[in-house]
Design a protein around this ligand. Structure first.
Ligand code: HEM
Length: 468
C-alpha cells in the first residue's frame, strides 16, 4: 500500500517535472532579443485551447499581463496579437512593407490559389480589379440592386405564420442571392447541390489541414472538386449559348472591354468562390444579428419601419426599389453599422511577416503570424459612449463610419470590395422584412460571439403579417 502511494506520487512528480520542462523548453526556443512579451504554451499546440475556449477573456488577461502587443502560439503558428488601434491600422495599411495576408492553409486549399486573400502584388491587383468591376457602385445600381430586390421579395414571401430559424434562412438568403447574381442560377436542383457542397467547403476552410477520411478538411477538398466541376459545366454551357445573360459570369467570359486582361477559367472559378465565401458568413451573420437587435429594441424598430414606410408611400405596392430609395435608408445603414460593431462580426484579420519587422517597438520575426485583433476597438467608450448599448443613432454622424478605429471592413489595399454590396443586401432584406412582418423569438436562444458569432441551436422566430 505504502509502495503504491509512493509510486503514484513519484509518477505525479515526474509528470510535473516533464510538463514544467516542456513549457520552459518551449519558452526558451522562442526567446529572442526584441520579441514582444508573452507566453508560448505547449510545444506544437501552444495556447490554442485557451484561445478557443476562453476567447476574448484569454486575450484580455494576456493584455493585462503583457500590454497591447504580445506573443503566443495559436492554431499551429507563433503569433503576435495586437490590440492597439493605431498599430493595427499601421499593420493593415502597410502590406507593401511585408505585412501580407496570413490566412490558414486550409482556407487557401479550399478557396484556390487565385483567391484574392491568398495573392499579393500584381496577382492581387489583377484579381481585385476583376472583382471590383463586377461589384462596383454602378454595377450595383444598374444590375445587382434590382435583382436583389426581386429575389428578396420572393424569398421571404411565404414566411407568414411560420417559425423560422433566421440563422439558417440568412445563410440561404445570401447563398441563393449570390448564385443568382453570379450565374443566374435560380432556386432548384443545381442551387441545392451547389449549396450543399459550398457548406462543406466553408467548414473545410476552418479545419486543420488533415487529409484523412472523415475529416472536415478531406470533405471540404472533395466538395471543392465537385463545385469546380459544376462551375466548369456552367461555363461550358454559357460559352456554347448564342444568347448572353446580364450576370457576372457573362461579364467574366465575354468582357466588354477587349483591352482588359482576360482571366483564365481557373481564375474565374476561384473568383466566383471568393465572392460566395466572403459574403457567406459576414452578410448572413449581420442579417441575423440585426433581426435580433431590432427584436430587442422596439423603439429602433419603429423608427426603422417609419423610414421604410416613407419609401413605400412614394411607390405603388409592387414597384421595385431603386438606388435613390437605397440612398435614403440612412437609419437602416446606421442599424447595419451598429450591428457590425456591437456583435463584432469580424473579430480580426490575419497577416504574416515576409521579413523580420519592427512593429510597435518590438521585433516580429519573419514568417510569424499577426492577429490584428479588432474586437476591443468596437467597445471603446471614448469613441462609442455606452459601448454595450445598441444605439444606431451614433452612426447618423457620418464621420464615425470613416473613423480610423472602425475596421470592420478592413482597410488599405485590402479594404473589403464587397462592403457596399453587403450593405445593399442587408438593407433590402430589412426593407421587405420590416414592412411586411412582425416577429417574436421562440424559446431561449443561446448566442456565441467567439471565435465566430453564431446561435449554436439556431435563432428561431415566429413571423406574422404586420397588418393582421
Ligand atoms: C457585412 C459584410 C462584410 C464584412 C463585415 C466584410 C469584412 C471584410 C474585411 C474585414 C475584410 C478585410 C480582410 C483582410 O484585411 O484580410 C474583407 C475583405 C474582403 N471582402 Fe468583405 N466583408 C463583407 C462583405 C463582403 C461581400 C458581400 C463580399 C463579396 C461580394 C466581400 C468580399 C471580400 C473580399 C474579396 C475581400 C478580400 C479583399 C482583398 O484581399 O483585397 N465581402 N471583408
Amino acid at each position: 500500500m505504502v509502495v503504491g502511494v509512493g509510486a503514484v506520487l513519484g509518477i505525479l512528480l515526474g509528470l510535473v517535472f516533464v510538463c514544467g520542462g516542456l513549457l520552459r523548453w518551449n519558452e526558451l526556443r522562442y526567446r529572442k532579443k526584441g520579441l514582444p512579451p508573452g507566453t508560448m504554451g505547449w510545444p506544437v499546440i501552444g495556447e490554442t485551447s485557451e484561445f478557443l475556449k476562453q476567447g476574448p477573456t484569454f486575450l484580455k488577461n494576456q493584455r493585462a499581463r503583457f500590454g497591447n502587443l504580445f506573443r503566443t502560439h495559436i492554431l499551429g503558428c507563433p503569433t503576435v496579437i495586437c490590440m492597439d488601434a493605431e498599430v493595427n491600422r499601421y499593420i493593415i495599411m502597410n502590406e507593401g512593407k511585408g505585412l501580407v495576408p496570413g490566412y490558414p492553409q486550409s482556407m487557401v486549399d479550399m478557396m484556390g490559389k487565385w483567391n484574392i486573400a491568398a495573392v499579393h502584388g500584381p496577382r492581387h491587383k489583377a484579381m481585385r480589379s476583376a472583382m471590383l468591376g463586377l461589384i462596383s457602385p454602378t454595377a450595383i445600381r444598374d444590375q445587382l440592386l434590382p435583382k436583389i430586390d426581386e429575389f428578396m421579395r420572393s424569398f421571404i414571401r411565404c414566411w407568414s405564420d411560420q417559425v423560422i430559424d433566421i440563422q439558417e434562412e440568412s445563410k440561404e438568403l445570401w447563398l441563393h442571392s449570390a448564385l443568382k447574381l453570379i450565374a443566374s442560377v435560380e432556386t432548384g436542383p443545381l442551387a441545392k447541390d451547389l449549396k450543399s457542397e459550398i457548406n462543406k467547403l466553408v467548414l473545410g476552410t476552418l479545419a486543420l489541414p488533415l487529409n484523412f477520411p472523415g475529416t472536415n478538411y478531406r470533405r471540404g477538398m472533395q466538395a471543392r472538386r465537385s463545385v469546380v466541376s459544376m462551375l466548369e459545366k456552367l461555363m461550358e454551357e454559357r460559352r456554347a449559348s448564342p444568347s448572353s445573360q446580364l450576370d457576372m459570369l457573362d461579364s467574366l467570359l465575354r468582357p466588354d472591354d477587349p483591352a482588359k486582361p482576360k482571366l483564365s477559367d481557373e481564375q474565374i472559378i476561384d473568383l466566383i468562390l471568393t465572392l460566395i465565401y466572403s459574403g457567406f458568413e459576414t452578410v448572413s451573420t449581420t442579417t441575423m444579428m440585426s433581426v435580433k437587435y431590432l427584436h430587442d429594441d422596439p423603439k429602433v424598430l419603429e423608427e426603422l419601419r417609419n423610414e421604410h414606410f416613407a419609401i413605400r408611400k412614394r411607390k405603388s405596392a409592387n414597384d421595385p426599389l431603386d438606388w435613390n430609395d437605397y440612398k435614403s435608408m440612412t437609419l437602416t445603414r446606421a442599424v447595419i453599422f451598429e450591428t457590425l460593431r456591437l456583435s463584432t462580426v469580424v473579430n480580426g484579420v490575419l497577416r504574416k511577416t515576409t521579413q523580420d519587422m519592427e512593429i510597435g517597438g518590438f521585433v516580429v520575426p519573419k514568417g510569424w503570424r499577426i492577429y490584428v485583433y479588432l474586437r476591443e476597438h468596437n467597445y471603446d467608450p471614448f469613441l462609442y459612449p455606452e459601448p454595450f448599448k445598441f444605439n444606431p443613432w451614433r452612426w447618423m454622424d457620418q464621420s464615425l463610419e470613416s473613423n480610423q478605429c472602425f475596421m470592420q471592413f478592413g482597410g488599405g489595399g485590402r479594404l473589403c470590395p464587397g462592403k457596399e454590396l453587403g450593405i445593399v443586401e442587408i438593407a433590402i432584406f430589412l426593407h421587405h422584412f420590416v414592412t411586411k412582418y412582425r416577429w417574436e423569438e421562440v424559446g431561449r436562444q443561446k448566442l456565441l460571439k467567439f471565435p465566430r458569432v453564431e446561435a449554436p441551436n439556431g435563432l428561431h422566430i415566429r413571423v406574422s403579417n404586420l397588418l393582421n
